[in-house]
Design a protein around this ligand. Sequence first.
Ligand SMILES: [Zn+2]
Length: 341
Amino acid sequence: MWQVTGQDKILDLLGNSLKQDNTAHAYLLVGPPHTGKKTLAINLAQALNCDDPEPPCGQCHHCRRIAAGKHADVSYTAPGLNLSTKTEIGIDDIKDLQRMANLPPYEGKCKVFIIDEAEYLSTEAANCLLKILEEPPPKIVWILLTAEESRLLPTIISRCQRLELKPVPAEQIQKMLTDSHGIDSAKAKLLARLCHGCPGWALSALVDDNLLQQRSQNIDRLSSLLDASLEQRFAYAQELATLFSKDRRSAREIMDTWLTWWHDLMLIKGGYGEGTTNVDYEATLRKQAMELTLNQIKEFIVNLCQTAKAISQNVNARLALESLMLNLPAKSKISARALKG
Ligand SMILES: [Zn+2]
């Protein structure tokens, strides 16, 4: 059984391809972090090797070994797994996979190579992979996963069947949490809102308290910047820019938190407070919304989106974030404008 929530169109498409024995030799799964790309890739690897007439069954020898990461024909590669190439997937990683791809399947029907965060492929590695994808051997499926498609070579994208995972509606995630994981409805509602369409985040938060703690720390920090001096704001910009170079995923999560925070401020200011994401910070949100005008909030949201886009296109993160900090409404100007507006 497929374990992905809220991606019915993709599952129908893959189910039909499997029935007709017409699967692609390469897939590109595109979607924000935690939407279920890795779960889908593993389910697809299971389905391609499963013994059951309704694959993936999750119970057969192959499904169980693949889920446990022990199947000889399914390989998973991600940046940071190899100590020598901490921040990228290098040419040696792809050459290793190429050597494995030249051998026939060992215990299953089909070899599957999953490359997570494919945007981290080095230029050399991407070109090497491109050559492999141009002449695909039989009984091999490549599955590339990315949250930042714009950083991939267009020639690689064009060699893959592209499947885009959309954010999942909060109600569907809430139902999954209560029905399949036995979570009480209040907690399920909070997590379903906080995960912002990404069920994987909600599931991770169930087992890892650090996620919620980290989020609280991020919010405390970003919400305090409205009262901060320019010096403190620039120090924050530099800190976040450094994080972008060391741990891009965590830095992107912080940018997403910024966006949900300011989106909440806009909802409250516009009188739609019941739709906010950060329900556990309602008092702080209401206080800040009082101090800002709707225009200030809208302008800053536009700035945030432009900054996130610029950074994803490899603009100097520090410059982009410093500019964002300059555009963050300053307290001395806030109250007077809020009183007028
Ligand atoms: Zn199976």
